[in-house]
Design a protein around this ligand. Structure first.
Ligand code: HDD
Length: 710
């Protein structure tokens, strides 16, 4: 977080010339004609028919009729922000890209976060993977790093992407359920496609329900290549590490937030940037020399595998700061088009079969979404480097290319636009030697489907493990077909025997002894069975601490939302001390009262109420404080929603602080004995409360939360 950063750094060149600002301007038609009535159509008499001559009506309605464009096939629901990227030190040993060698640059970026399965209007809090797509407007051309908040993907080959997505989207007969993987078709697919199990267990973990976009990691997933000036290549994996750490909500909260504020993540990102609390991530790279390509127990080209940080450490090489909200959601966030094929000299692809398919898909989809192959001319998609070529015309050409020639080579145009040598920045693909048969199959080095889901599960803290078991049980509990559930139980138990048993118990079933045969039968063609069946589980690493959220950053409370529950007559002294301490550390204090408007403290001062209890919910806050004041506590006690508010905060393991009569209120809620609870602070100092909020949650409380009925 950097509060000193000027609000909204200089706008990127590609946007500045296209801004339209109607403030202080007359209303006009699209032709610039001033309008003097936009409320009434042209009629033959006051009560007569509308006249076809009415070009003003026609223009207005015509535009309205065409306002929508098709939503993204996947990742339809998303939020974006502008910012910049800065490099800490030159990486010229690995890459010649300007963005990785020039530490004086501030490269503009546009980032779009998203969920995958839901439609454009769906809830932010669905259990799902989150998209983490970054467009770098570099001086050498645009580089798009189109990743997710999980380091691996569901499938190994782009050929299976439509199947994966069709299985998770609402079922085609009744378009149910929206933004949810908990249904039969998804588990039918997952249980027959064991390569999905690694990404799937990440989604079942708390990573599937982040507290905020600002508290998520990001990953490029595929192994890419970095190319240096000498033309040497290194394999690389990209990581984004959030300065705020990686934090999540509980499933109970996620469900309730979806009702209370389905824009929770969008609002959180917007508000943080508006208030100058700019989210930051550090960019990390894991570099593997080419000669070590086959050194691992997994294949670097397999996108369902991560490289544990214990095997190849992540080197932090720069930081990204998001410091400007879009001016217009549609023009920027909706129309931004990310293409994994957008790269710059110094970065190159590998033969990861998922990446290779993506190189085709993203360009292709923009045609049906944005309507013209000229989508690169839309302001948000324009590079900041100059564009000159012989590509011409087509729908929505926005430019006026000058000159007589539109071909190469030419003399009439002076040979321009001319080609650049590699030494002058011309792009050259990495010359990988390939000597192979043309063949439609999967490498046997991709067949280990259990080792890494098991490594992930082993690396989790006990509370994380119990969340995973609950998530599997919820999802399978929503399925109707027993054979699908049995296949899943069998596969989960192959990841971890106890986990399989726990989930089975929760859904009232037993882990079957073996179901290998039915899976083979369902897959069908004999030849493909060996390609889809998993190999033996290996244990090349007991656990990896980077995989658990228990080992993330817990060092601040900036932007945390703290609910102060107050009625008229609340005690100003403790209120004021706590408010000042929290705000000093950049937390956000909100006053929740029995009514809207103003609330009066015991010193007869009026304070603005941020929300009446009727309009808000406990799940929208990170912690709760109840100051003293007899009258205030009496007022809170009259509305049972306050008690529910506190009980929910307790259930979700949040920090709660009370002062004087505030304790009486806490006791009346009937919570379990909280004397040894380190996140419940009674008449304690502000420091203790701040430390408890920074810990995000007191997961030790979990067993006691089972008894809380809210
Ligand atoms: Fe994809 C959008 C991430 C595999 C086809 N994808 C999309 C977005 C993200 C990802 C973040 C939203 C971009 C935005 O905000 O506009 N996708 C991934 C990752 C993958 C992946 C991390 C694997 C590592 N995707 C993938 C495959 C295919 C696609 C294998 C097709 C073969 N993805 C698309 C798409 C989308 C898309 C249909 C929808 C909208 C768009 O591209 O622009 O083409």
């Amino acid at each position: 977080m950097n509060k000193k950063e000027p609000k909204g750094t200089a706008k990127s060149k590609q946007l500045k010339n296209f801004e339209v600002d109607g403030s202080g301007q007359p209303l006009t038609t699209r032709q610039g004609l001033k309008v003097n009535d936009t409320n009434n159509s042209l009629k033959a008499g006051e009560r007569g028919p509308t006249i076809i001559e009415d070009f003003l009506l026609r223009e207005k309605i015509h535009n309205f009729d065409h306002e929508r464009i098709p939503e993204r096939i996947v990742h339809a629901r998303g939020s974006g922000a502008h910012g910049y990227f800065e490099l800490y030190e030159s990486m010229e040993e690995y890459s010649k890209a300007g963005i990785f060698t020039d530490t004086s640059r501030k490269t503009p970026v546009f980032v779009r976060f998203s969920t995958v399965a839901g439609s454009k209007g769906s809830t932010d809090l669905a259990r799902d993977v989150r998209g983490f797509a970054v467009k770098f407007y570099t001086e050498e051309g645009t580089w798009d790093l189109v990743g997710n908040n999980m380091p691996i993907f569901f499938i190994q080959d782009a050929m299976k992407f439509p199947d994966l997505i069709h299985s998770v989207k609402p079922e085609p007969n009744n378009e149910i359920p929206q933004a949810a993987s908990a249904h039969d078709t998804f588990y039918d697919f997952v249980s027959l496609t064991t390569e999905t199990l690694h990404n799937h267990i990440w989604v079942m973990s708390d990573r599937g329900i982040p507290r905020s976009f600002r508290m998520m990691e990001g990953f490029g997933i595929h192994t890419f290549r970095l190319i240096n000036k000498k033309g040497e290549a290194h394999f690389v994996k990209f990581h984004w590490k959030p300065k705020l750490g990686v934090h999540s909500v509980t499933w109970d909260e996620a469900v309730k937030i979806s009702g209370a504020d389905s824009d929770f993540h969008r609002r959180d990102l917007w508000n943080a940037i508006e208030s100058g609390q700019y989210p930051e991530w550090e960019l990390g790279i894991q570099v593997v020399p080419e000669k070590d390509e086959h050194k691992f127990d997994f294949d670097l080209l397999d996108p369902t595998k991560l490289i544990p940080e214990e095997m190849v450490p992540v080197k932090l090489i720069g930081k990204m700061v998001l410091n400007r909200n879009p001016e217009n959601f549609f023009a920027e966030t909706e129309q931004v088009a990310f293409l994994p094929g957008n790269i710059v000299p110094g970065i190159d692809f590998t033969n990861d079969p998922l990446l290779q398919g993506r190189l085709f898909s993203y360009r292709d989809t923009q045609l049906s979404r944005l309507g013209s192959h000229n989508f690169h001319q839309i302001p948000i998609n324009r590079p900041v480097s100059e564009v000159h070529n012989n590509q011409r015309d087509g729908h929505m050409q926005m430019e006026i290319p000058k000159g007589q020639t539109a071909y190469f080579p030419n003399t009439l145009g002076g040979g321009c636009p001319y080609l650049s040598k590699v030494s002058e920045g011309g792009f050259e693909s990495y010359q990988e030697r390939i000597d192979a048969h043309k063949i439609r199959t999967r490498s046997s080095s991709f067949s280990d489907h259990f080792s890494q889901p098991a490594l992930f599960y082993r690396s989790l803290a006990e509370w994380e493990k119990s969340h995973v078991a609950d998530a599997y049980a919820f999802e399978l509990g929503k399925c109707n077909h027993d054979p699908i559930k049995e296949r899943m139980l069998w596969l989960i138990s192959k990841i971890d025997t106890d986990l399989g048993k726990t989930v089975a118990k929760k859904i009232g079933m037993k882990v079957p002894k073996s179901i290998e045969k039915p899976i083979n039968q369902a897959i069908g063609a004999d030849a493909s069975i060996k390609d889809h069946q998993p190999g033996d589980k290996k244990n090349y690493l007991d656990s990896s601490s980077a995989l658990s959220q228990a080992n993330t950053v817990f060092d601040g409370i900036a932007t945390r939302q703290i609910a102060f529950l107050v009625g008229d007559g609340f005690e100003m002294k403790s209120f004021d001390k706590m408010k000042k301490a929290l705000e000093k550390d950049n937390a956000v204090v909100k006053l929740i009262a029995p009514h809207g408007g103003k609330v009066m403290c015991d010193q007869n001062m009026e304070h603005d109420v941020d929300a009446s209890i009727m309009t808000t919910e406990s799940v929208l806050f990170d912690a709760v404080f109840i100051p003293g004041g007899k009258k205030s506590i009496e007022a809170l006690s009259k509305d049972s929603k306050f008690s529910k508010f506190v009980k929910e905060a307790y259930k979700h393991c949040k920090a709660i602080a009370v002062h004087n009569e505030g304790k009486e209120f806490l006791d009346k809620t009937g919570l379990a004995d909280y004397n040894n609870d380190k996140a419940i602070i009674v008449d304690g100092g502000t420091e203790k409360f701040i430390r408890a909020i920074a810990r995000h949650r007191n997961w030790d409380r979990m067993p006691a939360t089972m008894e809380i009925a809210v």
